[in-house]
Design a binder for this molecule. Sequence first.
Ligand code: ADP
Ligand code: ZN
Ligand code: ZN
Length: 823
Amino acid sequence: MSKPLFADVILPLPLRDKFTYLVPASFEPNMKLGVRVIVQFGARKYFSALVYRLHQEPPSGDFDLKSIDAILDKEPIVNQAQIIAWEWVADYYCCSLGEVFKAALPSALKLESQSNVSFNPHFNMEEELTGEEEALLLMLQGRGQANIKEINQFLGRKSSYATLKVLLEKNAILIEERLKDSYKPKTIGVVKLSDQFSTPKAIENIFEGIGRAKKQRELLEYFLAETVFSEESQNSLTKKELLEQTGISDAVLKVVVDKGILTIEEVEIGRLIQNHTEEQFLYELNEAQEKALVQVKEGFQTKRPVLLHGVTSSGKTEVYIKLIEEVLAQNKQVLYLVPEIGLTSQLNNRLKRAFGDRAGIYHSKFNDAERVEIWFNILEEKEDAYQVVLGARSAVFLPFKKLGLIIVDEEHENSYKQFDPAPRYHARDMAVVLGQIHKAPVLLGTATPSFESYFNAKLKKYALVELKERFQGIELPEIVVADIRKATRQRQMKSLLTPELYDEVKQALEKEEQVILFQNRRGFAPYMQCTSCGWIPKCQNCDVSLTYHKYRSSLVCHYCGHTTSLPDTCGECHSDDIRTKGYGTEQIEEELGILFPEARVARMDLDTTRAKRSFDQLIYKFETKQIDILVGTQMVTKGLDFEHVRVVGILNADQMLNYPDFRSFERSFQLMAQVSGRAGRKNKRGKVVIQTSQPTHEVLAEVASNSFDLLFNRQMLERKLFRYPPYFRLVKIVVKHKSRERLDLGANQLAAILRKLFVNQVLGPEYPVISRVQTWYQKEIWLKLDKNKQLSPAKKQLMDVIGQIKGLPNNGGLIIYADVDPM
Ligand code: ADP
Ligand code: ZN
Ligand code: ZN
């Protein structure tokens, strides 16, 4: 008899180790690395785990070794390159492989409750069965199949794996081996114009058939605006979207269909993606772009990541597109990362223009079926797999096999960093690692580099390429700093606008040019306050003031969502004079309506873009000049490309500049330069007005003169002196508890041990700016690690200490985690 085989598996749990299971002899032929198996863990819990290593070394220790219960896949669902990347993530970001596994896989591939169980037709029901087993088998026979959730319900239990395991051993049931096989091609209703309206001429008369029917007209108007009259000029809409977005009933649609104006067709979802028939073409690069392209390629030759520092609207995207074209010609894959899902649709249109259906989007908002489909298309290199994947950070986890290029656009954006839950990874840094694993070049692009990347470029770890002029040679916008205090003193403020900004907006509107106004606070007012005693309404779950939202006429916590009605009287002194303080986007929108009643004003923030596609619709309306002034939070700053914006106003720079964080100047510069970059991108030079009560602030001068280097050099001296990144590595250790006392105790214990190990590299524990969130009190301990020393052992020590502290009897209910390179 040959030696038994063991499998080390990754469980989707925050446990540090891999776990070893025995592979039953009957499973051996089908056992492979990277397939999922069902294993028991703990007394009665079952999980789908991933096979990580196969070997013949019996695990030491005399614990009770369990066997694998079932194999779920015929072929691996991940590849070796992914596993290597996961190991790096777990190691670098101080988390378990299980947590990476959990984050990496689309949830349909993790949820064992989705697995389908069916009756094995070769099973003989005469065999000895318990009543429950028999009942279950009869049910399965009757229905054909059921998923684990349904079986749990049927048996009236939380988990039915124990029963299933017995039935598996008896060979009475089959567990579907690949989940995706259970995805039948779904169809959806797609609405199109009927053939008689296939020409623009015919469409002119389309409303004749509608007469005075208001709802029918509304429906048709929406349909036309989103299809033939939309920029993408697509020819269809899904029925679901049409009805949802208009709020009009199915019955009305049916009438319009019966009148022969619209038609409804059932279409397979998979095929939907491919209705782009436009001709593919690439722009010619101009001289500066051409030169940058050559330099980028030279940089790639040196095997280093390349940082493309190109001013806003210099045409970085066009340079990327040329590079992508060359990579596709070699039949390799491209990963194109953007910091925000919202950015994908504008870019996707540009990529589709160049590469048609070879380019596509992947991100976490897609539904499971779509994500699993894209996953397997890429894994198995299917014909309709995207070769260019445009995605937000989670796309780094896709099963690429032959990456030929990784682009990280707007590399400075901190939304590349995952805050919660683990793995708290930075997708830009992971992209650099992926590049090493795949031996693929990595391109980081931005108009305002992160200090980390710029520093790496200065150290020649990255190659630096600069693109200093805007496409068409349009000058960067003129930047004016406007003094809020002075204007207030001289009573010249027009509501929230300084005279400088007011005049610019007015002129722009007169010339039918567009305006973007930026304020990084949503809601009407950031807080309310009692004028007699100073009381401020706060969230009951968090240590923050509640934001006033006028249109919902309520107070909302931006940290936990807690909502209350407006207080009639003060919670302390019962005075009824409670006023709003400060202003958010909602108030600006309202004030603009009074200042410029003829202007069409729209707002873009979390509140107005929650609905699916609402972000895209706002952008589309702005692009097509159906909006004159767009008021927004940082959503408006990122990489968007608008043609007709001439004026950009930053309503209050003070909040960013005064934010207590060592990165606040870097951030302020990035934010202001980026939002300014939205002005005057085409045709004509733009103008930016920055409102502030600190008009002589150095950072403002640096923004105004676009002196990134000046700011960088100045700040780097401070970073070095105070031991901050990029000179030192920060690890933030967050400790949370529902009880303040228990938190203090645990945090102090932890800090004491860390001080012994890391001596003067430890700061804290301290309360962060917000000391309580969602009923959890929190404190932070900071480690400043020397970059030139080995980080791995230090992190391992740290994780050991955290484990030790968590295990102490008085520390039940304590949460501790490490955040490496926190943002
Ligand atoms: P960036 O990414 O550097 O901000 P973009 O790539 O968005 O700049 O370019 C700004 C605008 O100029 C876009 O609308 C783009 O289509 C246009 N553009 C840039 N380069 C070219 C080119 N070589 N030919 C035609 N249009 C270009
Ligand atoms: Zn009061
Ligand atoms: Zn709250």
